[in-house]
Write a protein of this length. Sequence first.
Length: 79
Amino acid sequence: MIGINLSGANLTDTILAGADLTDANLSNANLTSANLGQCKFIRANLSGANLTKACLDVVEFMDTDMSGAECSQRIQVYL
């Protein structure tokens, strides 16, 4: 799924676990309750995305735009 454009898509309850979303455009996407466990978001655009109740276990973020993204849970960052 590298480079995929899902801008504005309704991905509620979608299972994307383990997906490589490098360079993906998910701006303004609705990812409510989506399973994003073990996904790679490298240089991805998640600006304005709704991540409410999304599973973000062991997710890799690098150079990811999350400006304006909505997230109801705490995200732990490991460096």
